[in-house]
Design a protein around this ligand. Structure first.
Ligand SMILES: [Zn+2]
Length: 945
């Protein structure tokens, strides 16, 4: 009602007065007229708001915008005086000028191409805009940063980039000189949308935000432009954006009931979906491009816009917090979230809260790169409908309770229990929030810059004062490729690594020249510690949002020594840029034996020469005096391209010996399987991580879905079928996406060109069903090899493919959010463990089933978990007793075929590179796994362990 009256105000007056006049009645509504009158005369914030919104000269506004936005906003309180009007500026295109519609138009989403066209039009029209291309995605789309500031700043953008570079590395200046740098510098405030493709609102909102930042001449915006460089990443994952836009317009536009939500498309980008925000090692090209940009521009603030909870959650960094990060950071976070909460409450917007959602433990979220590099991560979750359709939403959880609608100290004005919600509501909330945050930044730009500098300075100082003072990766580790990979991942993040030019002598021992040294007295010394140390979770009673362990050395099976001796800071080193592998081949002869030290590139080498006859020695052997570990690959180059083998050995960083004699020990032929990777349509992400690894290492495979499995006769085409971790249960794997009464095709369509990418289906619902399970059973019994990882390992026992094995879920008290634990190899000579020298290895706990095998089959347990708290190497594990002596890998003869069950996940998010070899060996030696063992004839029920 108040809203209606006010929007009839004359255009220019409305703009002039809007913030004050709109917010007053709202406050009056909530607090009563008395409180409102107090506010109107005495509230400094409100007075400031009034002054800030008053333009130097009256600026025209768009009446049509005001009318439609009011119509699309489902309740008057879901909009703010910052966004209920649109100023007009001659020569500056509005989003509507480019798109033909306002931001928040129901039932219409904007593609990357359309959005980029708008930003480019804005750049063309205004000297306040400069676009930088960050790179290109897997599918070739551009990734942009749209910089917005005042004309002078945009003109001198390089200068400002330089200032931030100086603040990011306090060694480049003196504490005295830095005052001058801070006086001249301006913070970059990075804000991004569209990392998670079905969170569709932010890429829409950001266009309007960009427009306002360019076009609004009122003091608040002038203040932002004069004091801040706003760097908008319009779409973090452009491939996924375009796919979801096509999917929405193809399938979801008619959906008006949240209960019949058909979900998103099977793919976003090429490999992963939600995990693009868990890509701690920046394996995905879209995420790496953001990191590369970050390290060139050093934005002190990175703000990701997500959608999930109502109505708006603003991240404030609740416990558990990583204690290595700066205390300044932990106070900056609620500084911003509290300002947003109070501003938005003042504007009359309910349901804005902070605190109880995401913590500060895992450093693997994309925007966390800023906190990792002494800046500040910021994040919102607003309420999205997974499209642009207005619909009724039930906010309370279905199983009862108030969920996020309860009133709490951090949520003084909770979201409603039920609400009709629209894209425009969502736009209003996040845009108001971001504008408030930008306003705050513009009022305190120097504080932001000082903090950024001080956090960077403290990181260096902490490395001089607080142990550990460094890390050494000793020279002489047999597999140099995993060492190189680990170091290159550190370098990717800007961490300085040195190579010792002389022996390093510290109290932990002596390390030879050539060892790698990471000193902690560097700007990113804290990040080095966070990545390399053992994660000690601060409170076992807390839960966390994601993984609790990621220790790189344990994940890579590379030796990393923590050094608590300050002498490490004086070690003589030369800087390492990136490590380029140089393998070597010695000797001469027909056979080239590539020595197996557990290098993942062994698989690459084998697959590079698929037609070349290749043997593996089943036990350690000798060539002259040289030791040849079991599982080394002997390429018979007769009639083949010996020079190409040598070149591959060298480029892959391997060690090989050429010889004319075959080993005296037993060998088997390493013939390559026709490999299929099975994917459900509903959960392609974990499959995506495996696909990414296979593509990286050059392991060819066919991606199959329910369509191929149900068609049967699988043995005709595939020797090995791998079912990566996917779904949570066997039932989920088999029945997958529920059918809601209509087919859901994912097919090539000229109108929706991104659909049908990576696989096609007339109907992605229904899963393989019992029919598919039966075909897989036939396949195995007929001689096929089935390999299952983590949660997929529930499937063979529960659907009767592996009747002798029992799979159970752990108890409700069990909680293992990604700890790294010990595993014990039971059959060290088994081909799966070629290249693994130790009996006890570190593995990431994969949350697969608790397996039991009957006594008679105990020799099929290839690896087990010793369990108990003492086997936990990093991160949090509540209930480690439950996995005590449970099988970790079982290879089971079944009919004429076999099933290999991994309870864990040996190919997890491009992290546990030390485990990859077990999966690769399973594939390389697929038809030699059972060779040394007698088949089990008797079927006995599983004995509980
Ligand atoms: Zn998200």
């Amino acid at each position: 009602m108040f809203h209606a009256t006010l929007t009839q105000a004359p255009r220019s007056t409305k703009h002039l007065e809007a913030p004050l006049r709109l917010s007053l009645p709202r406050r009056a509504l909530i607090l009563g007229a008395f409180a409102a009158s107090i506010l109107s005369t005495t509230s400094p914030a409100l007075a400031q708001g009034k002054a800030a919104a008053r333009p130097a000269a009256a600026q025209a506004t768009d009446p049509e915008f005001a009318r439609l936005v009011k119509e699309w906003t489902t309740k008057p309180e879901f909009i703010s005086p910052l966004v209920d009007f649109l100023p007009l500026k001659k020569g500056i295109p509005t989003p509507k000028d480019a798109l033909g519609r306002y931001v928040g138009t129901p039932n219409r989403l904007t593609s990357t191409t359309e959005a980029y066209a708008y930003y480019r039009a804005l750049e063309k029209a205004s000297p306040r805009v400069k676009i930088v291309v960050m790179g290109r995605t897997d599918e070739g789309r551009e990734q942009l940063i749209v910089n917005i500031s005042n004309e002078q700043t945009i003109k001198d953008l390089e200068l400002y980039r330089g200032y931030l570079g100086q603040l990011a590395d306090p060694r480049k200046t003196t504490p005295e000189a830095v005052k001058d740098v801070i006086a001249r510098a301006k913070p970059i405030y990075y804000v991004s949308g569209g990392q998670h493709s079905p969170e569709t609102g932010p890429p829409e909102m950001l266009m309007e935000l960009a427009y306002r930042l360019v076009a609004d001449d009122s003091p608040m915006y002038q203040g932002i432009r004069d004091n801040v460089i706003v760097a908008i990443n319009p779409v973090v994952e452009p491939d996924g954006r375009d796919r979801i836009v096509d999917w929405y317009h193809r399938h979801k536009i008619e959906e008006t009931d949240e209960r019949t939500n058909s979900g998103g498309p099977p793919y976003w980008g090429k490999y992963v979906f939600h995990d693009n925000n868990r890509d701690i090692n920046y394996s995905q090209v879209t995420m790496k491009n953001v990191l590369d940009w970050y390290l060139q521009w050093h934005p002190p603030i990175m703000h990701d816009l997500h959608e999930s909870v109502p109505f708006m959650y603003t991240f404030s960094g609740q416990a558990p917090q990583n204690p290595t990060l700066d205390p300044i950071l932990y106070s900056e976070l609620p500084w911003f979230s509290n300002y947003e909460k109070s501003q938005m409450a003042k504007f009359g917007m309910p349901g804005v809260w902070d605190f109880a959602f995401v913590d500060m433990w895992s450093p693997g979220y994309l925007a966390f790169m800023s906190s990792n590099h002494n800046g500040m991560i910021r994040m919102y979750e607003t309420f999205g409908n997974g499209g642009a359709t207005t619909m009724k939403r039930t906010v309370v959880p279905p199983d009862g309770g108030a969920g996020q609608t309860s009133r709490e100290w951090y949520r003084p004005w909770p979201p409603y229990k039920e609400v009709v919600w629209s894209m425009r509501n969502n736009t209003n909330y996040m845009e108001t929030g971001v504008l408030s945050a930008l306003e705050l930044t513009s009022k305190f730009p120097k504080v932001i810059l000082e903090n950024f500098y001080k956090k960077s300075f403290n990181s260096i100082e902490s490395g001089k004062k607080d142990a550990p003072f460094g890390y050494v990766i000793p020279a002489g580790q047999k597999d140099q490729t995993r060492v190189a990979q680990l170091i290159n991942l550190l370098r990717l993040q800007g961490i300085e690594v040195g190579k010792a030019t002389a022996e390093v002598s510290v109290k932990e021992g002596k390390f030879p020249a050539g060892s790698y040294v990471i000193k902690r007295d560097q700007p990113y010394g804290r990040l080095a510690k966070i990545l390399l140390e053992k994660q000690t979770f601060p409170d076992a009673n807390l839960r966390t949002y994601d993984d609790t362990g990621w220790t790189m050395g344990l994940m890579a099976h590379a030796e990393v020594k923590e050094i608590a001796d300050t002498a490490i800071l004086q070690a003589a080193v030369e800087p390492v840029t990136t490590i380029k592998l140089h393998g070597s081949q010695s000797g001469a002869g027909r056979y080239v034996a590539a020595l197996n030290f557990g290098d993942n590139n062994m698989a690459s080498l084998r697959f590079k020469f698929p037609k070349m006859k290749t043997l593996a020695n089943e036990k350690a052997a000798k060539i002259g005096d040289a030791n040849v570990p079991a599982g080394s690959l002997w390429f018979d180059t007769q009639g083949g391209d010996a020079a190409a083998v040598r070149a591959a050995v060298e480029s892959l960083g391997l060690t090989a010996i050429a010889t004319d004699a075959l080993p005296s020990v037993a060998t088997h032929e390493v013939d390559l399987p026709r490999l299929a990777v099975y994917s459900t349509w509903g959960n392609t992400q974990e499959v995506g991580w495996v696909r990414h690894a296979f593509d990286y290492y050059g392991i060819p495979f066919t991606l199959i879905y329910k369509e191929q499995v149900k068609a049967g006769n699988l043995a005709k085409d595939y020797d090995v079928i791998l079912i990566p971790n996917q779904g949570r249960t066997a039932k989920g794997l088999v029945f997958d996406i529920p059918n809601r009464g209509k087919a859901l095709p994912y097919k090539k369509d000229p109108k929706f060109p991104t659909l049908g990418g990576y696989g096609e289906s007339d109907d992605i619902t229904g899963g393989m069903g019992l029919e598919g399970a039966t075909e897989l059973d036939k396949y195995v019994n007929g001689g096929g090899s089935l390999v299952t990882l983590a949660a997929a390992s529930y499937f063979p026992p529960e659907f009767g493919l592996a009747k002798l094995i029992d799979a159970r879920a752990p108890s409700a008290a069990f909680y293992a959010p990604g700890p790294i634990i010990e595993a014990e190899i039971q059959a060290p000579e088994h081909p799966i463990f070629y290249g693994y020298g130790n009996k006890t290895i570190s593995v990431r706990y994969g949350n697969g089933p608790l397996l039991s095998v009957p006594e008679i089959m105990k020799d099929r347990i290839l690896m087990k978990y010793p369990g108990q708290d003492r086997s936990v190497l990093s991160g949090l594990f509540r209930g480690a007793n439950e996995i005590r002596d449970r099988p970790a890998i079982v290879d089971l003869p079944q009919g004429k075929g076999q099933i290999v069950l991994f309870a864990g996940n040996p190919c997890y998010r491009w992290q546990n590179h030390g485990e990859f070899g077990m999966l690769f060996n399973t594939i390389l030696h697929w038809n030699d796994l059972l060779a040394s063992k007698a088949p089990i004839a008797a079927e006995k029920p599983a004995a509980n362990q």
